[in-house]
Design a protein around this ligand. Structure first.
Ligand SMILES: Nc1nc2c(c(=O)[nH]1)N[C@H]1C(S)=C(S)[C@@H](COP(=O)(O)OP(=O)(O)OC[C@H]3O[C@@H](n4cnc5c(=O)[nH]c(N)nc54)[C@H](O)[C@@H]3O)O[C@H]1N2
Ligand SMILES: Nc1nc2c(c(=O)[nH]1)N[C@H]1C(S)=C(S)[C@@H](COP(=O)(O)OP(=O)(O)OC[C@H]3O[C@@H](n4cnc5c(=O)[nH]c(N)nc54)[C@H](O)[C@@H]3O)O[C@H]1N2
Ligand code: SF4
Ligand SMILES: [Mo]
Length: 737
């Protein structure tokens, strides 16, 4: 059987049709070959979310033509969500970039690799000669396999010679990471998911598990089948609320208050684990003092959660020694995201719930390599092995592995949103970006668009022409996950093997080749002698050795044999570490976990008379992130074709809005118009918009740039808005992009 949609042989069409419209494969348009027609089945993982489900890709004639479940992989045991079963359609998609593109007066023209790479290198050096080494910045991404993210950190610091490198995980996992490092000394989930069914009480706070982590739902159901209870805290009743035992419908941006209120009741009712607190922690006295003010009545006023529900939840949590908490971006996308995370960890520490099966605080990692992508140096303050760039011992180790002097290794740069702000101010003049679509995903998109227009040089490496790439001077056609072998670390902390299924099509090249080639042409080839991602991994092992995220004992062969290994794996005979802190030794010199006070503060964009409604943003099950990948697949597009404004019937009635009406929503930045979707599952003072679309359909036109002071994450989950019924109907789009 053959593919109905054939990949184009050239990008001529793109050079003519330069614009926001992309092609998509209609549902059923790409025929599903039967298993006999596949020449090869490649065991690998889904390229999308941090669950990293095992999957087998069917390969025929160097094309990925379908998939088979991989029943033996222990995490998902063959289960996949709608994105996983449709991902294979990207491989030969008609929109794949097949040649380098250079900007011309009218749009883009195809170019040879020599032209495109040489121009990139020449512009970087010209700009640095004029404005200094730090006038160039590098953006990375957490969908990249760990080899590429390691390589990118080295590329920025040694080949470009800039201190400014950061990545899209800055919009995602950094509040969690900062919180876990502050409290426990390590940025990784303490528990493997196999622990979930063993818990007696689970708190899910700010995570839409059903739509964003569909496979985790199965673990939660098993926990409930075993008699466990689930508490859900969210301004929206997401799909898993149907099986929640207690629902806490909190107001956006009030998590720290809720968590203080829960701890208040636990203290008052003496449900603490005093022995654990005394022996294994520091700082509880201040926290105990701080939560005194948060009695259920005051907590209810701020959060909107009834006081009885707060009391009940606290008694359940304090009444078990098998309590697990799970949080995702609903908790963390906040100007006090780190404090919110610390509030969750405080609950676990105060009740002695950590280091055991079925007990512990857990972040749910977002992106495919959201965990691994933040371990090996593409963060602005980080060196491989999750080391800090200002730590003299860490610098010495990395300088030795890289064969350089300390003076050659730049110090910390600024974070992703701050890089965009420095571009806007004209301080950073050039940007090289891979695996990031900031025009859609950063807050306040008009600001981002303005900043991009001020760049003197912008180079993008992507396999599709993303909305951001439209602003590039050079677009280098890179590779999909299945086009290079390597490793990722799943949300559990399990390092797993990604296998290569096909070569990049046309003149597209492996991302790692592109980065190494740029480094060579920048005159730094001696530091980039890699012939393969395996070579890069061998260096990564050495660079991570002795660090928190120690990969020294991991080899590709061991990963294949064991279906992954949980880091740290300090030696070749080490079995890996599925559960952290079993010895109740936390990663600080005195071995004690740290309590930190977690104070509630208002959002950076507070509601008032003019903007009286809370706006929150997030996801739907069929779309992924900025949508560049999933908006091109009809079977996914048709499930949720365009952004809608979720609104409660009471609020809708107040403004005379009916389902399907056009609604104009305005924030302190911008207005947009979109159809109303009236649902009873959202708080009546809050509206929700999924953010997977671009341009006039982008939720990030509305959001604000307030950052958490420590993690530098934007406050995507809480803006103030006003709404009104719009006169005209929004454009009904038939071809969806
Ligand atoms: N289908 C799909 N799955 C995905 C992704 C995707 O794009 N699509 N992306 C992946 C990535 S990178 C990530 S980071 C994760 C994100 O996974 P989640 O964080 O689960 O997803 P979101 O929709 O961003 O937000 C989660 C929930 O937070 C709630 N919320 C909003 N404001 C608040 C608040 O102030 N407090 C609390 N407690 N809750 C609030 C929202 O109602 C929403 O239900 O999903 C991953 N999985
Ligand atoms: N309003 C609002 N905004 C948000 C969020 C929200 O909840 N609300 N969530 C935030 C979160 S949690 C996240 S993670 C960010 C994500 O934001 P982005 O990182 O901008 O989103 P992606 O869609 O993953 O963009 C990645 C780009 O890299 C490309 N790409 C993917 N894999 C590879 C690869 O292996 N190699 C190469 N060369 N390119 C690749 C894709 O084609 C795509 O163009 O968005 C954030 N923005
Ligand atoms: S749950 Fe995540 S990893 Fe699994 S199939 Fe869906 S998108 Fe892919
Ligand atoms: Mo994310």
């Amino acid at each position: 059987m053959k593919l109905v949609a054939k990949p184009p042989q050239s990008v001529d069409e793109l050079t003519v049709q330069f614009g926001p419209h992309l092609k998509y494969i209609p549902p059923g348009g790409w025929q599903h070959p039967d298993s006999q027609s596949a020449q090869q089945l490649v065991k690998t993982h889904c390229c999308f979310c941090g669950q990293q489900c095992g999957i087998q890709l069917k390969v025929r004639d160097n094309q990925v033509v379908g998939f088979e479940p991989w029943e033996e992989f222990p995490f998902n045991r063959g289960m996949l969500c709608p994105k996983g079963v449709n991902r294979y359609m990207q491989s030969s998609h008609p929109d794949r970039l097949l040649d380098p593109l250079l900007r011309t007066g009218q749009g883009f023209a195809t170019a040879s690799w020599d032209e495109a790479l040489n121009l990139t290198v020449r512009r970087i050096r010209e700009i640095q000669e004029k404005h200094g080494p730090d006038s160039v910045a590098v953006y990375g991404g957490a969908s990249l396999i760990s080899e590429k993210s390691y390589l990118l950190g080295k590329f920025a610091r040694l080949a470009v010679g800039t201190r400014h490198i950061d990545y899209n995980g800055r919009l995602c996992m950094v509040s969690a990471g900062t919180g876990y490092k502050l409290a426990l000394g390590v940025d990784r989930n303490p528990n493997p998911w196999a622990d979930i069914p063993e818990a007696e009480v689970v708190l899910v706070i700010g995570a839409n598990v059903g739509e964003c982590f569909p496979i985790t739902t199965d673990y939660l159901w098993r926990m409930r089948d075993n008699g466990g209870r689930m508490i859900l805290a969210d301004p929206r009743m997401t799909p898993i609320s149907r099986n929640a035992d207690l629902f806490l419908p909190l107001r956006p941006g009030t998590d720290a208050a809720l968590l203080s209120g829960l701890l208040h009741v636990i203290v008052r009712e003496n449900l603490l684990d005093r022995a654990f607190i005394e022996k294994h922690t520091t700082g509880f006295d201040q926290v105990e003092q701080a939560v005194r003010a948060w009695d259920p009545r005051r907590t209810a006023e701020i959060t909107g959660v009834p006081p009885e529900s707060i009391e009940k939840a606290a008694r359940w949590i304090g009444g078990t020694r098998r309590f697990m908490a799970f949080h995702a971006r609903g908790l963390e996308h906040s100007s006090h995201g780190v404090e919110n995370v610390l509030g969750v960890i405080n609950l676990c520490l105060a009740t002695g719930n950590i280091g055991r099966q079925g007990a512990g605080p857990n972040m749910i990692t977002g992106q495919g390599n959201g965990q691994g992508g933040r371990e090996h140096g593409q963060k602005c303050d980080q060196l491989p092995g999750a080391r800090h760039i200002d730590d003299p011992a860490a610098r010495e180790h990395i300088c030795k592995v890289w064969g350089i002097e300390d003076s050659q290794l730049p110090h910390a740069g600024v974070s992703a949103v701050e890089i965009m702000e420095a571009i806007h101010r004209g301080e950073i003049k050039a940007l090289v970006s891979i695996c990031f679509n900031p025009l859609v995903s950063l807050p306040d998109s008009s600001f981002t668009r303005e900043a991009l227009s001020r760049l003197e040089f912008f180079g993008v490496i992507d396999f599709f022409l993303s909305e951001t790439a439209h602003h590039a001077d050079v677009v280098l056609p890179g590779s999909l996950q299945e086009e290079e072998e390597g490793v990722v670390a799943s949300g559990e902390g399990r390092v797993i093997k990604i296998n290569k299924a096909v070569d990049p099509p046309g003149n597209a090249r492996a991302d790692s080749w592109i980065i190494c080639e740029l480094a060579r042409r920048l005159g730094r080839g001696q530091y980039f002698p890699f012939q393969s991602t395996r070579d890069i991994f061998e260096e990564l092992r050495l660079a991570s050795q002795g660090g928190t995220a120690d990969y020294y004992g991991i080899t590709y062969e061991r990963l294949e044999e064991n279906m992954g290994l949980f880091w740290p794996v300090p030696s070749l005979d080490h079995p890996g570490t599925p559960r952290l802190f079993e010895d109740l030794h936390f990663h600080f010199p005195d071995g004690r976990a740290r309590f930190h006070t977690s104070e509630w503060r208002r959002s950076g964009d507070p509601v008032d008379e003019e903007f009286p409604v809370y706006l929150t943003t997030g996801r739907v099950v069929s779309q992924y992130l900025s949508g560049t990948q999933t908006r091109r697949i009809g079977a996914l597009v048709d499930q949720y074709p365009e952004p809608k404004l979720e609104i409660h019937p009471k609020l809708a009635e107040q403004y005379g809005i009916q389902s399907g009406d056009s609604v104009t929503i305005t924030t302190r930045r911008m207005s947009m118009t979109l159809p109303a979707f009236i649902v009873r599952t959202i708080r009546p003072d809050t509206v929700f918009i999924p953010y997977h679309w671009a341009d006039r359909r982008s939720a990030n036109q509305l959001t604000h740039r307030t950052l958490d002071p420590r993690s530098k994450i934007p406050e995507f989950k809480c803006s103030a808005c006003r709404i009104e019924r719009a006169a005209a109907s929004p454009r009904q789009l038939k071809v969806l992009g």
